[in-house]
Design a protein around this ligand. Sequence first.
Ligand SMILES: Cc1cc2nc3c(=O)[nH]c(=O)nc-3n(C[C@H](O)[C@H](O)[C@H](O)COP(=O)(O)O)c2cc1C
Length: 332
Amino acid sequence: VKDIGNLQEFSDKLLCVAPMMAWTDRHCRTFHRLIAPHAWLYTEMIIADAICFGRTSRLLEHGDHEQPVVLQLGGNDPLILSQAALAAETNGFDAINLNVGCPSDRVRQGAFGACLMLQPKLVAECIKHMCDAVSIPVTVKCRLGVDNHASYGKLADFVGYVSEAGARLFVVHARKAILTGLSPAQNRDIPPLDYSQVRQLKSDFTSLSIVLNGGLNDTATVKEVLSWADGVMIGRAAYRNPVFLRELDAGLYPGKHRDNFQSLLNQYMAYMERELHQGTRLHEMTRHLFGLFSGLPGARQYRRYLSEHARLRDAGVETFVRACSEVERRAA
Ligand SMILES: Cc1cc2nc3c(=O)[nH]c(=O)nc-3n(C[C@H](O)[C@H](O)[C@H](O)COP(=O)(O)O)c2cc1C
């Protein structure tokens, strides 16, 4: 692990890995837990209705080894959200997070996600019902605003209403959402980042925990943000470059036992072995490890080997070992 300086002065702050649909499933979280033993991990967004009226246990599937883990919910109905929150608590999640930041068409048509920023009173009602139903923390992930309704005043009003209803932690993706004309991926890049509004929120709501999200992909910026925020949430950079996540965890929380890289891989391989026996396909687990050797000689060959072989019906852990040997061979 690279020495990334005295991040340990911030060891009381939170390191979170962002909720990411189709990415942060239970296999990914298992890997991230090994890489970052102290980070808060988030599930993909799960629609509250699906928990209440669908295959609840499958949707809430996770392992004790993932903790602390936060269930992210999507929805706008206070009663359904409170039932889903209760199911989450009963199933062992450590906190609940309401998605008020997703700009996708599907979510917008369901009138939740980012468009809820325009309805602070409804969000407050949802939070109140959830807080009444559970004793674990109920938190919010939001944007700076939506479309032309984005201003610091509106953001502060939103946080004011919703915090009075019981949310004490806000993760703010520091850009607004544009609800028409941009895809979700474009909405993660095109609206400009503005950390200063998040910093202002922290000054105006000192008793709330404010976690900054958006565009964090180097240690210097993380350090600067942690000098005023209560935590950072890292999304794409953590997924694409697990070594960065590992360096942040090690830098923030030093002095704790930390397994070496080979030992982490051995533990993940043992996990894959167990899952293969239960019918999980290798690719479902190795797809989260594509960024493992980013920047090292042989990384391209490693990825190519995995793409070509991990999907095969009988692919086992030896396929992963063989892919890793592409990197080892070039390092020797
Ligand atoms: C593939 C992908 C899926 C995402 N899914 C969700 C989601 O389910 N819920 C959510 O609140 N944000 C979701 N996001 C947004 C991230 O949580 C995060 O806010 C965003 O990527 C900005 O952080 P970053 O710049 O560190 O990646 C997703 C992002 C990506 C890349």
